[in-house]
Each structure stands twice: as structure tokens, then as C-alpha cells.
Write a protein that binds this ligand. Structure first.
Ligand code: NAD
Ligand code: UDP
Length: 320
């Protein structure tokens, strides 16, 4: 039985990962400060005796003193707000958790000789000039804008991982996650899929930012979680950065129309100003994930959206 730490356990991805690892009979120690995470995300496993929850800010040094973090085998470092609406509300915390928080978790991994997977993001590519984005592309990030706290915070988090790999030979792996979704996203999360489905089901206007020609590529949560656990297992992923995402690319306006159709909604599509530095196109090159992990996403966008819509209907109390 492995002893596995998940930071950000009460968040969208953290709670899905914990559920998966507990179902495989591991011990999971979840750390969270509940800044964007919710206790209700833990409800399906909070009484599992193999699960321990510790409420703590992992950017603070006191995390290093936790007794429970001795004798651990693996760390998944997920703690960080991910929705632009949230990470821009607390920009200094966003920087802290991805830099000092990452260093703290790397130090804990080092003293335990544990493996660590760090969740970075496609945002390290900024507003990309090459398409699709492969791991060698160095990115086009604006330091002087509202997204910089997240993008540059993650980039520096990757630097810490690089140094611990190079200097201390730590088994560290960096997952650059592209937009991931499911009904596990908070309805008020502000991200596009949670916004559009919630709006469509409530009969509210579907709010497209800009003209909607910007693109994203959406990966269903089960696929992302599978990739993360494969990364942790696979020694060939040590010291590697790997894109994790679905290369099925769609414009935001086409996503709005698709969700309108799949929900059978009478909502209107309305247009609003495009947020500053909003990337114009984003799509992962996933060859490296295929080669190293033998991983490819299995759930296409339409299937993932139908699952998400079904669950959101229940969440919102619209089950018929
Ligand atoms: P989320 O906001 O749902 O979850 C983040 C969790 O981290 C929350 O439970 C929050 O309370 C916790 N947290 C934040 N700061 C903390 C701190 N200082 N100490 C302890 N806990 C803290 O976000 P998510 O979508 O689950 O994202 C998880 C990770 O994946 C993040 O690192 C994010 O950058 C990365 N990621 C996610 C996506 C995506 O599409 N979901 C895409 C790219 C990268
Ligand atoms: N977006 C939108 N309407 C919304 C929320 C988001 O048009 O209600 C757009 C946003 O401008 C971006 C894309 O959808 O172009 C994805 O946004 P999200 O916040 O989900 O993630 P990002 O990839 O920008 O971090």
C-alpha cells in the first residue's frame, strides 16, 4: 500500500485523483487550504479510513513540519487556483503556491526520496505563436498583464522541478495540463465549460468573450487523471515535461453552439469583451505522451459534454 500526498485535494482535479488512488487501495493524505476547493468535493471518500485530510496552506513553511508527511512514496502537487477568475483575485497567493509551495513539496519529496508530479499548465505557452504546441516550444508569455501571476508562477514552478531533478536526482515529472473539464467544476468557477453549461441549463445568456474565434482543446477529467497516474508510475517520465490534453480543437463560438444544441437550450448567445491576453489558439501536440506513456485520451468532446451536462442537471436540481 503506497502513501500518497495530493496537494489541492479539495479542488476539481485533486478530488478526482484522490478518488481514483483510493479505489486502487492506496493511502492518501490530502492537503488543502480551501481557497477554491470545497469540502463537498471530498464527500464520496471523506470517511474512507485510508484518507487523511489536513487543512493547510502549502506555501507556508509549517507544511514541512507535518508528521504525516514522513514515510511517503509519492506527491502530486496540484494546489493552485486554475480558473482565471480565481487566480487573478489572489495573484500573490497564486505566485506563492506555485513557487514557494512547489519548493516546499520538492523538499518534502527529497527527504522522503519520494516521486513528485507537478501540475503545470498550457498557460506556460502564453499566447502561442506556433500551433499545436509541443513541449520544446518556449512560449510567448506577457509578464505585464493579469494572467502573468499564473503563467509565470507556473513557469518558475517548473524551474524548481528542473533544479531538484538536476541537482538532487529527484524523480520529478512535470505535466502541462491543457483545459480539463467535467461536472466536477464549480458552477461558479468562471471557466468556459462550467459557465456555458450552467447558463444553457438555466436559460441564461451564453456569454462568449470576444468574437469567439479563439480556440481551446478540452480533455475529459478521466483521461487527464489516467495520464497523471501513468506519469507517476513511469520512470521514463523522470525529468520530463509532458503535455496532457486532448487535441480535438474547437472555437469558443462553436463550443457555445454545441452546448446550446446538446442541452436543447433556448438561451441566446451574447458577446462580451475579450479579457486581456486571452490566448487566441491552444491545442496540444501529444506525441510525447503517446511515446512515453502510451497514453491517448479516450473520451471525445461530444461524449464528455453529454456526461457533464447530465451531471450538471442533477447538481442544479433539473433532473426529470
Ligand atoms: P481548483 O481550483 O479546482 O483546485 C485547486 C485546489 O488547490 C483547491 O482545492 C484549492 O483550495 C487548493 N489550493 C490553492 N492554493 C492552495 C494553497 N496555498 N495551499 C493548499 N491548497 C491550496 O483547480 P483545478 O482545476 O483542480 O486545478 C488543479 C491543478 O491543475 C492546478 O495546479 C492547476 O494549475 C492545474 N491545471 C488545471 C487545469 C484544468 O483545466 N483544470 C489546466 C491546467 C492546469
Ligand atoms: N470564455 C468565454 N465565456 C465565458 C468564459 C470563458 O468566452 O463565460 C472564453 C475565454 O475568454 C477563453 C476560453 O473561453 O477564450 C477559455 O476560458 P477558460 O477561462 O475556461 O480557460 P483559459 O483557457 O482561458 O484559461
Amino acid at each position: 500500500m503506497k502513501k500518497i500526498v495530493i496537494t489541492g485535494v479539495a479542488g476539481f482535479l485533486g478530488s478526482h485523483l484522490a478518488k481514483d488512488l483510493l479505489s486502487k487501495k492506496n493511502k492518501v493524505i490530502g492537503l488543502d487550504n480551501f481557497s477554491t476547493g470545497k469540502k463537498q468535493n471530498l464527500s464520496s471518500f471523506s470517511s474512507n479510513t485510508n484518507f487523511t485530510l489536513i487543512e493547510i496552506d502549502v506555501s507556508k513553511e509549517k507544511v514541512m513540519d507535518l508528521e504525516e508527511l514522513n514515510g511517503i512514496d509519492e506527491i502530486y502537487h496540484l494546489a493552485s487556483p486554475a480558473s482565471p477568475a480565481f487566480y487573478q483575485k489572489t495573484p500573490f497567493d497564486t505566485i506563492a503556491v506555485n513557487t514557494i509551495g512547489t519548493k516546499n513539496m520538492l523538499d518534502i519529496a527529497k527527504r522522503n526520496n519520494a516521486k513528485l508530479v507537478y501540475l503545470s499548465t498550457s498557460e506556460v505557452y502564453g499566447d502561442p505563436e506556433i500551433h499545436p504546441q509541443h513541449e520544446d516550444y518556449k512560449g510567448s508569455v506577457n509578464t505585464w498583464g493579469p494572467r502573468a501571476c499564473y503563467d509565470e508562477g507556473k513557469r518558475l514552478g517548473e524551474v524548481f522541478c528542473y533544479l531538484y531533478y538536476q541537482l538532487f536526482n529527484l524523480q520529478v515529472k512535470v505535466a502541462r495540463i491543457f483545459n480539463t473539464y467535467s461536472a466536477g467544476l464549480r458552477n461558479d468557477d468562471g471557466r468556459v465549460i462550467s459557465n456555458f453549461i450552467t447558463q444553457a441549463l438555466k436559460g441564461e445568456n451564453i456569454t462568449v468573450y470576444g468574437d469567439g474565434t479563439q480556440t481551446r482543446s478540452f480533455c475529459y477529467v478521466d483521461d487527464t487523471i489516467e495520464a497523471l497516474t501513468l506519469m507517476m508510475k513511469n520512470d521514463k517520465a523522470n525529468g520530463e515535461i509532458i503535455n496532457i490534453g486532448n487535441s480535438e480543437e474547437i472555437s469558443v463560438i462553436n463550443l457555445a453552439t454545441l452546448i446550446q444544441k446538446l442541452t436543447n437550450s433556448s438561451s441566446l448567445i451574447t458577446f462580451h469583451p475579450l479579457p486581456k491576453d486571452d490566448p487566441k489558439q491552444r491545442c496540444p501536440n501529444t506525441n510525447k505522451a503517446k511515446q512515453i506513456l502510451g497514453w491517448e485520451p479516450k473520451i471525445n468532446l461530444q461524449e464528455g459534454l453529454l456526461r457533464t451536462i447530465k451531471e450538471y442537471r442533477i447538481k442544479l436540481g433539473y433532473v426529470g
